[in-house]
Structures are given as structure tokens and as C-alpha cells.
Write a protein that binds this ligand. Structure first.
Ligand SMILES: *Cc1c(COP(=O)(O)O)cnc(C)c1O
Length: 296
């Protein structure tokens, strides 16, 4: 999959000197305007594989704000695939045009099938779609992990910690595989669930990683006032936009851990900005309905 990619740079985050650590953010969110961050990395070898095997159609799965759905729609459009999204949440069927993610996907040619949350989990669905190249939910499979192994480069070997947000675990798996043995990889799950530890273990064979499970804010796409305020303050101070579903929670966690003295003095920390900014519009619509402040 050969998009013109921008370079992702490591940007220094300004911290008070008394924090005693250095923090950089790898701007993977800037590599492509629509297939941003880790979703580009995860699709790259899957698209190549689909092309190689002669598939004309892609099928994948996702929910209302899914960065993955947006990315597959766009990549399919670019590379001449028909795309079908199986969308969790039957109630979204009549609200495509009110949903920023789904209307973006629709405008890039994606067809949808809306299923109830119960039906979503069944494998039976898949038997009906033999002529589709199937990309699992969140895009995680062996080829996705291989793509994520390209996130770290030689310029990153001196960091002591590599941090990323975790959804299905593909990204953190790729980072673990390409990390140095001297580095510790910390994953910050954006959802509740004990299955992640096991899922990640299927893709990696190194021991230098850990999940930090205290910063999911109640679950996937759940958010509160404290998190909104943090994301807005971070933008004001660092001039970097974080997303509310993934990177905002990770960065909140990193700041909290720094202040609690988790990282030894002098540590050099690299956090990955995995993108996800397309989801902000949809989240703001929800926040508006709840009378909460918006993500600025
Ligand atoms: C999908 C996504 C993640 C989670 O990636 P996994 O490989 O599923 O763990 C993290 N951050 C952003 C912005 C994402 O869109």
C-alpha cells in the first residue's frame, strides 16, 4: 500500500523540570490525513496481501467512532476495492448522516451492514462473504503487527520507555517486537478487559512489556470531565491535539504516572501518537447531547 507518507517526528513535550524525565511524542498522527497513525501501519500489508491474492472486496468490522472503519473505507477507495463495513449497533442504521465516521466512510464508497451487538460476535456472518478479504475488528492480525513493527526506527533506540494506547493489541505487539531488550514497552488499554494480555502474548515472544490498566475511564469511548479538561489543556500547552478514545487516555496516564514517580529520574519516554483525530467530531456530538464541554 503505497501512500505518500509524511515523516513522523518525535516532538518534545514541555514538562516542568521537577518532573525529572523527558517525554517525546512520535507524531504518527501526521503520516497521512485520512489513514492516520497506526491504522495505516495495520492496513499496509493487509492491502498488499488482498491485492496479491486477487481480492476485489474488503470486509471489516467496527463501531460508531471507529478509526479503523474510516481508514478501510479510504484505503479501499484509493486502491480500487469495494468495501463493506459490518457495524455494531443496529440503531445506527438510520443515523449514518449524523455520524461523522460513518458518513465519511459512506462518502468513500463503503457499504454497511448494521447488526445488533449480539449478532456482531458470531462467526456465522463470515461464511456469507467468501469473496471478501476479511480484516478483523480493529485490523489486528499477523500482517497488522508486521506493519506496526515499522513504527520504531534507529532514532528511537535510546528511549527507556515506549508507550502506546491499546485497543485490540496489534499496535503494542508490533512495538514490542521492534523494541530493544533494554526498553520497556507500556500499553495503556482504552477499554476494560482481561483478554488483552493473552491476545498480545500470541503475537510477541519478548518479556519487556506491561499493560497499565488504570486509565480506561470506564471503558471504550467512555469519557469524563477530567479527561476532556486534560485533552484541552494539553492542546493549549503543547499545541498537539489528542483524541478522546485512545491517545488522550494514554497521555493522561503518562502524566499521572510521572507525577506519582513511576519513572526513575532521568528516564526518556517515547509515547506514540497513534492518530484517531477523525473521531473527535462524533464524540463532540455526543458530548453536546450530554451538556458536557467539547473537545476544542
Ligand atoms: C485503533 C487505535 C488504537 C488501538 O490500536 P490496537 O492495535 O487495536 O491496539 C490506538 N490508538 C488509536 C488512535 C487508534 O485508532
Amino acid at each position: 500500500m503505497m501512500f505518500q507518507l509524511h515523516k513522523s517526528l518525535n516532538q518534545k513535550i514541555n514538562l516542568p523540570p521537577e518532573f525529572g524525565v523527558e517525554l517525546f511524542l512520535k507524531r504518527e498522527d501526521e503520516i497521512h490525513p485520512f489513514v492516520s497513525g497506526n491504522k495505516y501501519r495495520k492496513l499496509k500489508y493487509n492491502i498488499e496481501e488482498a491485492q496479491k491474492k486477487g481480492f476485489k472486496k474488503l470486509l471489516t468490522f467496527g463501531g460508531a467512532y471507529s478509526n479503523h472503519i474510516a481508514a478501510v473505507a479510504y484505503a479501499g477507495h484509493m486502491f480500487g476495492f469495494e468495501t463493506l463495513g459490518i457495524i455494531r449497533g443496529d440503531e445506527l442504521k438510520d443515523r449514518i448522516d449524523d455520524n461523522a465516521t460513518l458518513s465519511f466512510a459512506k462518502n468513500h464508497g463503503m457499504q454497511f451492514e448494521f447488526v445488533t451487538r449480539e449478532a456482531y460476535r458470531t462467526d456465522k456472518l463470515i461464511n456469507d462473504y467468501q469473496d471478501y478479504y476479511i480484516i478483523p475488528e480493529g485490523g489486528t492480525n499477523v500482517l497488522a503487527v508486521k506493519g506496526c513493527e515499522e513504527i520504531l526506527t534507529e532514532m528511537d533506540v535510546d528511549f527507556n520507555y515506549i508507550c502506546t494506547s491499546v485497543g485490540t493489541g496489534g499496535t503494542v505487539s508490533g512495538l514490542i517486537n521492534c523494541s530493544q531488550p533494554s526498553q520497556q514497552v507500556l500499553g495503556f488499554p482504552a477499554l476494560k478487559g482481561s483478554f488483552l494480555q493473552e491476545d498480545i502474548s500470541k503475537f510477541v515472544s519478548k518479556p519487556n512489556w506491561k499493560l497499565i490498566t488504570d486509565y480506561h475511564f470506564g471503558g471504550y469511548a467512555k469519557i469524563n470531565l477530567e479527561l476532556i479538561r486534560f485533552i484541552n489543556a494539553f492542546k493549549e500547552q503543547q499545541h498537539i491535539q489528542l483524541d478522546p478514545v485512545y491517545t488522550g487516555k494514554m497521555m493522561f496516564g503518562i502524566f499521572d504516572l510521572i507525577q506519582k514517580g513511576y519513572f526513575p529520574k532521568g528516564s526518556r519516554i517515547l509515547a506514540i501518537h497513534t492518530g484517531g483525530l477523525q473521531g473527535i467530531e462524533g464524540m463532540n456530538n455526543t458530548l453536546k447531547q450530554k451538556n458536557l464541554p467539547l473537545i476544542e
